[in-house]
Design a protein around this ligand. Structure first.
Ligand code: GLN
Length: 547
């Protein structure tokens, strides 16, 4: 039976609760325990799949096809444990389950209420798979006191009561603001936050304090006293140079020890932190630097492409080089030569995206990379744009485009080299879609197998002719253009096992040009960089040596 660590936040949002949870997961693993991490989000969307990346950052996709919060990406990157559908839940999902049961008559005769029906639904979610791991780490989104979060806080309070004593602990993350006029760290907001937490029946066992300045001993003592937490469980969380420093830094401050102490696990198994020492060594002792242009639409918000940014860093670590990723807005060169914007980059990446806006710029970026021999990695929409570019400029398909653009402008204008996919095989059944289906959860989502052509660049990179990668798309390259495009040098080197859905295209006669219909960035880890990103950066390093 798993022990539960509930991670909550207070004072302000965006303190890095997700990272702290992920780092704690990594530290418990380093001590030989198995872990699973979970996220409970208070918003009312059923999942973040229909939210704009501007609203919520990247949508992270799991193997089993759930569209989840980007924190699940951190969890996977730090622990290597593949997240599942049952590791992410929102108020929207909880209420929708409760209402579905109500309609079905599961609660026949009863009045449906937040307590116990909503809280029971949350508790059921927490219990899934509790026999599989030593520790279940559950992060509650938002901050204590948020109206939407209340049912979650109530549910975890009840959950800890339901379980045997000592099986659940609470970690609370807050901020110690620094007042420069008086050169002081202020503990009052933390005291208030803990008071708020205790008013709903939760007493924290461990406090994690974000601070830009060293926390003096006497402040720790004061916090311990006023917040009723042991002094050794008042842990500093200082700003870090890189997120991958978090496991080592939190270990130094005693987080994992405090957590094990709170459970009464003694003696605590010794940690083996070699993995994180190596990760930091690779980051700190990198030679040289490559510049990668990420040509996309959501360029103002780095979180929109979180996993891509991380996967590029991992690619750099594999080559012991620094990667400087620069976000370039594709709309800057929708109708003009992109050279002034793209010159000087050692590689170009066009990431996933939705809608027509910016696509002409992405097509021009693909053309620029193809013609100038600059390494190009097209991901999902980025692959579709590379195919459209080749169709237009090499195979002379007039008005080559995607049905996605037609759908948006509301008329048929393009020749659909990329079409709306309405039927595909998943496992041993056929999935069907219609044009006017609901938007939520209806894309081709999650892990699918692809067969790679023997001898292709990608088969060499993966070291295999069968791979499994995560997908999230509604549109698909039309296989009927295969012959024409291959005749022009764009090879379809990865296909769905039934041979109907193009998964990878590549140009042989080019230093490095690969487009993938899936999202390799989602599976990259700092301690196991994704082979495509590792090789893409290797190619970028080669270009950087030539100039
Ligand atoms: N909008 C494209 C599609 O739905 C690409 C999706 C993506 O890049 N994730 O097929």
């Amino acid at each position: 039976m798993a022990r539960y660590v509930f991670i909550t936040g207070g004072v302000v949002s965006s303190l890095g609760k997700g990272l702290a949870s992920a780092a704690l997961g990594a530290l418990l693993q380093a001590r030989g325990f198995s872990v699973r991490l979970r996220k409970l989000d208070p918003y009312l969307n059923v999942d973040p799949g229909t939210m704009s990346p501007f609203e919520h950052g990247e949508v992270f996709v799991t193997d089993d096809g759930a569209e989840t919060d980007l924190d699940l990406g951190h969890y996977e990157r730090f622990t290597g444990v593949s997240a599942r559908k049952t590791d992410s839940v929102s108020s929207g999902r909880i209420y929708s389950n409760v209402l579905e049961k109500e309609r079905r008559g599961d609660y026949l005769g009863k009045t449906i209420q937040v307590i116990p029906h909503v809280t029971n639904e949350i508790k059921d979610f927490l219990k899934v798979g509790e026999d599989e791991v030593d520790f279940m780490l559950c992060e509650i989104g938002g901050t204590v006191g948020d109206i939407e979060g209340l049912p979650f806080f109530e549910a975890i309070r009840q959950f800890a009561q339901d379980k045997p004593r000592g099986q659940c602990i609470f970690v609370h993350l807050t901020l110690l603001p620094y007042v420069s006029a008086s050169h002081e760290l202020k503990t009052k907001p933390t005291q208030h936050s803990v008071k708020e937490l205790r008013s709903i029946g939760i007493a924290p066992d461990v406090l994690l304090l974000r601070s830009e300045h060293p926390i003096p001993e006497k402040e720790r003592e004061k916090i311990a006293l006023f917040c009723n937490v042991r002094k050794e469980a008042v842990i500093a969380a200082y700003d870090l140079k890189t997120i991958y420093e978090a496991p080592l830094a939190y270990h130094r401050e005693g987080l994992d020890q405090a957590v094990l102490d709170a459970f009464g696990i003694s003696p605590a198994p010794k940690p083996n932190l070699d993995r994180w020492v190596d990760v930091m060594d690779r980051l700190e002792h990198a030679e040289g630097e490559v510049r990668v242009a990420i040509v996309g639409k959501y360029t103002q918000l780095e979180d929109a492409y979180k996993s891509i940014a991380e996967a590029l860093t991992h690619g750099g670590m594999a080559n012991r080089t620094r990667v400087r990723a620069e976000w370039i807005n594709a709309e800057l060169f929708e109708r003009e030569d992109p050279s002034p914007f793209l010159e000087g980059f050692h590689a170009i990446l066009v990431p996933g995206g939705f809608g027509e806006r910016g696509t002409e710029g992405k097509i021009r970026a693909a053309q620029y990379a193809r013609e100038k021999g600059i390494p190009y990695l097209g991901i999902c929409l980025g692959m579709q744009m590379a195919v459209i570019e080749a169709a237009r400029n090499l195979a002379h398909v007039k008005d080559a485009g995607s049905e996605e653009f037609d759908h948006e402008i509301g008329r048929k204008r393009y020749t659909p080299v990329v079409y709306h996919l309405k039927e595909w095989i998943q496992g041993n059944h056929i999935v069907e879609r219609k044009h006017d289906d609901d938007k939520g959860g209806t894309m081709r989502l999650g892990a699918y197998t692809a067969a790679l052509a023997a001898g292709s660049r990608v088969a060499t990179i993966y070291g295999s002719t069968e791979i499994e990668e995560r997908h999230r798309h509604r549109y698909e390259v039309d296989v009927r253009y295969r012959e024409a495009l291959e005749g022009c040098g764009l090879t379809f080197s990865g296909m769905s096992p039934d041979g109907r859905l193009p998964e990878i295209v590549e140009i042989k006669d080019h230093p490095w040009f690969v487009g993938v219909q899936f999202h390799p960035e989602l599976k990259s880890k700092p301690f196991a960089p994704h082979p495509l990103f590792a090789d893409f950066i290797r190619a970028a390093v080669e270009v950087s040596r030539l100039v």
